[in-house]
Design a protein around this ligand. Structure first.
Ligand code: AGP
Length: 606
């Protein structure tokens, strides 16, 4: 999604705006631009493509401004080109926007009928015209802004400049995140703490519907009803803001290697290591619960599917997991008192947020498994179950995924103990298994060289099939998603038992088949699936553990032996090989690993 920055500065801002936009690149974008007050006018500089193109424009035509705004755009309305790049200007108003204005067509028609001329295909330009038209009636900037916000339907995070008012940046948020950064005689506005991180660690998280007027020394915040409000200033740890790749080539590679630490910190937040017991935050009565509904998208959905297997097996508690974008439109039969869990790294995914709100409206208790603890979802649920893996920058989710699964594992054990389906001794055993998982993940990451050797072959494939049973069937989905989203190779994940009901028609001697099969209760059946595909020339990459390697049918193209692990944590251990495989295939193909084409880190539009 788009990224926004605004600075009411006392020193030149052009370079600082660009620096901040670089920290927002992870959100995914296809054009960029800045604007600022220069000698009584507001000037813009915009470019299609990456920020490097914008830097070339600025080198040719510097922007000597001390108050300005910037934007990286992920195209929703209008093709990615300079005409549609933000900032957009109408009369005295220049602004940047993240989100979608759902009623922009009718507003545009009304404004055009009033003689207003449009220069772009975007919904955003409509907002600039609306504010300018309100100014023309004599309203002061803040009132003109508020009058405009009241007319908008949809999602927005905005940063606005008004020509002739240099000591002012206006901001507002509804459905898209926005924060204020407090500086020394300067104020900042950004899509998240990362955006303002280079300038300050004092951050104010605006609430849904808030709007704000920034000058050099103050942030006047108003709620959706226009009432002045105070929002707390949070000091954001430098480590959470300053992102570096360390000695890795890509954030994704670093984040794969960060997983032992991220899972360790996450697991430690949900168990008492001394007593080897679980400790789930929140006062949920798992004994009284009759059902859990999980809603999520993408990789977070897959983490929820793994949770379903574990919670149902251990706690005998029914769990449904659904793709959020489907769930909320099918009028699901929900019961008050049951629990909805949203799974979301960003806590801002529009589909998941809408599904969560749908469930809350039905009287369900609500929880979120989330990385961004100040996100919209985290602020709207009854119980927050944070993951502690640190900000995830690579668009392809890795460390957040295994951290989410870690929370699902803790939840399964805690619910089972509360419901009496396991006793204290078994709980202690399982908690010890959880505490060993980070070491096993680190061992699995140690398979990187073996995985690298396979990557060159897989990179030549046209189609790749991933197969698994039980939680490994979910991991097969995740392996396929990772491969397709960063290497652009078509890949599908299937429950291995489903192979003979269609997908086996795809198998020939050009098709790599990645089979995920630790030596667990599903192993025998996975091994026979392996024989089925090899009999048809399928090139099998068999990812298993030492016992599985001993019992695997002969003939696999390659066997990758991950460390042995208890079924409770095998999905954590088996994630690293499939993540590393996707990563190294993408590197072989020269793909843009951290910012794959067409993708965004947080999809804040439906
Ligand atoms: C994962 O690799 C993808 N980037 C994508 O599927 C992601 O998991 C999905 O968009 C959900 O995002 P969220 O966890 O922030 O809600």
């Amino acid at each position: 999604m788009c990224g926004i920055i605004g600075i009411v500065g006392k020193a030149p801002v052009a370079e600082r705006l660009v620096d901040s936009l670089k920290r927002l690149e992870y959100r995914g974008y296809d054009s960029a631009g800045v604007a600022g007050h220069v000698g009584g006018q507001v000037e813009r500089r915009r470019a299609k493509g990456k920020i490097k193109a914008l830097e070339e424009v600025l080198a040719a035509e510097p922007l000597d401004a001390r108050t300005g705004i910037g934007h990286v755009r992920w195209a929703t309305h209008g093709a990615p080109n300079v005409k549609n790049a933000h900032p957009h200007t109408a009369g005295r108003v220049t602004l940047v926007h993240n989100g979608i204005i759902e009623n922009f067509a009718e507003l545009k028609a009304e404004l055009a009928a009033a003689g207003r001329v449009f220069h772009s295909d975007t919904d955003t330009e409509v907002i600039a015209h609306l504010i300018d038209a309100e100014l023309a009636t004599g309203l002061p900037p803040l009132d003109a802004f508020k009058a405009t916000l009241d007319r908008l339907t949809g999602a927005y995070a905005l940063a606005v400049l008004i020509e002739g008012v240099e000591d002012l940046v206006l901001g507002a948020r509804r459905g898209s995140p926005l924060v204020v950064g407090e500086g020394q005689g300067e104020m900042f506005l950004g899509s998240d703490a990362l955006a303002v991180g280079p300038f300050t660690n004092r951050v104010i998280y605006l609430e849904e519907g808030d709007y704000v007027a920034l000058d050099h020394d103050s942030a006047r915040i108003f709620d959706a009803d226009g009432a002045p409000v105070e929002r707390p200033v949070k000091v954001v740890p430098a480590s959470a803001v300053m992102m570096e790749k360390g000695n890795f080539r890509h954030f994704m590679e670093k984040e794969i290697h960060d997983q032992p630490d991220g899972c360790q910190r996450t697991i430690s937040a949900y168990v008492d290591a001394l007593t080897a017991t679980t400790a789930m935050p929140g006062d949920l009565d798992f004994k009284a619960l009759d059902r859990i509904q999980i809603v999520a998208c993408g990789t977070s959905y897959i983490a929820g599917v793994i949770g379903k297997y574990l919670i149902e097996q251990l706690a005998d508690l029914p769990v449904d997991v659904e793709i959020a974008s489907e769930f909320r439109y099918r009028q699901p039969a929900l019961r008050p008192g049951s629990l909805v869990i949203a799974m979301s790294q960003s806590g801002e995914t529009a589909d998941t947020l809408a599904a969560l709100r749908y469930c809350k409206a039905k009287g369900m208790k609500s929880a979120v498994v989330v990385n961004a603890q100040e996100s919209t979802m985290a602020r709207e649920v009854d119980v927050v179950w944070p993951i502690h893996c640190g900000p995830e920058i690579g668009v392809a989710s890795t460390k957040a995924f295994t951290a989410q699964v870690s929370v699902m594992i803790a939840l399964a054990v805690a619910a089972a103990k509360a419901r009496g389906t396991i006793d204290a001794v078994e709980e202690q055993r399982l908690v010890k298994v959880m505490l060993e998982a980070p070491r096993l993940i680190a061992e699995a990451i140690g398979l990187e060289d073996a995985i690298k050797d396979i990557a060159a072959d897989i990179a030549k494939a046209r189609d790749v099939l991933y197969l698994g049973r039980g939680p490994m069937s979910a991991l097969a989905l995740e392996g396929a998603l990772k491969l397709k989203e960063i290497s652009y190779i078509h890949a599908e994940g299937y429950a291995a038992g489903e192979l003979k009901h269609g997908p086996i028609a795809l198998v020939d001697d050009q098709t790599p088949i990645i089979i995920l099969a630790p030596f667990d209760s599903y192993f025998e059946k996975s091994a026979s699936n392996m024989s089925e595909v090899m009999a048809r020339g399928g090139q099998v990459v068999f990812i298993t553990d030492p016992e599985g390697a001993k019992h695997a049918p002969k003939g696999a193209k390659v066997v990758v032996t991950a460390p042995a692990s208890d079924p409770l944590v095998s999905s954590l251990v088996m994630s690293a090989p499939i993540q590393l495989l996707a990563y190294h295939v993408a590197v072989v193909k020269g793909a843009d690993v951290d910012q794959p084409r067409n993708l965004a880190k947080s999809v804040t539009v439906e």
